[in-house]
Design a protein around this ligand. Structure first.
Ligand SMILES: [Zn+2]
Length: 203
């Protein structure tokens, strides 16, 4: 392990290093969080540690839509309140969170777990495309909504899927333009997302 400054302890350095591995947590933030936890009541630290472990131990992927879930099928796939004739395709589980937050969409989802990116070596076989096609076969699905990110990879993925799905006689739509190019769905605000879903267009 890297030697920390002499004014700290090994335990403190270890926590700083681990927090620093998290996305958008730089060395300064990692230090600040570590010293915050050091001062916080032991109960709070315990709850945080338990929450981190339980997210790893209790959640798995829904065998239908590949969203993260504690029960299989997930609550959305299981619910008879959701329209089974619509499937919205997203790149990541957190995109579902953003779309659900708008309360405007009442269909089901399919999580690809990535987007096709030849430059990063993410090929067609590395994301859940095969499972999607399997799901569409002999199903009552009448509309597939492309909600991949408005990025180069997201667009490529949507175009690829459109070529595969439209010959099946299923309507393919995409979220309305208005999401700025290069942004990710999970960071879009509710109003923009609501307009994007309501104004969805033929692919
Ligand atoms: Zn599901």
């Amino acid at each position: 392990m890297e030697q920390g400054p002499i004014s700290t302890t090994e335990a403190i350095n270890k926590l700083i290093q681990e927090l620093n591995k998290l996305p958008s947590i730089g060395p300064k933030s990692a230090q600040r969080l570590t010293y915050y936890l050091l001062r916080a009541p032991e109960e709070q630290a315990k709850l945080l540690a338990e929450a981190i472990l339980s997210v790893k131990q209790k959640t798995r992927l829904c065998s239908v839509c590949f969203n993260v879930t504690e029960s299989d099928p997930c609550l959305i796939c299981h619910s008879d309140q959701r329209d089974p004739t619509k499937i919205c395709i997203v790149e990541q589980p957190q995109d579902i969170l953003a779309l659900e937050h708008t309360r405007i969409y009442n269909g089901r989802y399919h999580v690809l777990h990535g987007a096709i990116s030849p430059t990063e070596g993410v090929g067609v076989g590395s994301i859940r495309i095969k499972e999607l096609l399997e799901r569409l076969k002999d199903s009552s699905v009448g509309e597939v909504i492309m909600a991949t990110n408005p990025t180069l990879e997201g667009e490529q993925t949507a175009m690829y899927l459109h070529r595969l799905i439209s010959p099946l006689g299923i309507r393919v739509t995409r979220l309305a333009r208005g999401l700025p190019f290069g942004t990710e769905l999970e960071y879009a605000d509710d109003v923009t997302l609501t307009h994007a879903i309501e104004g969805r267009q033929e692919f």
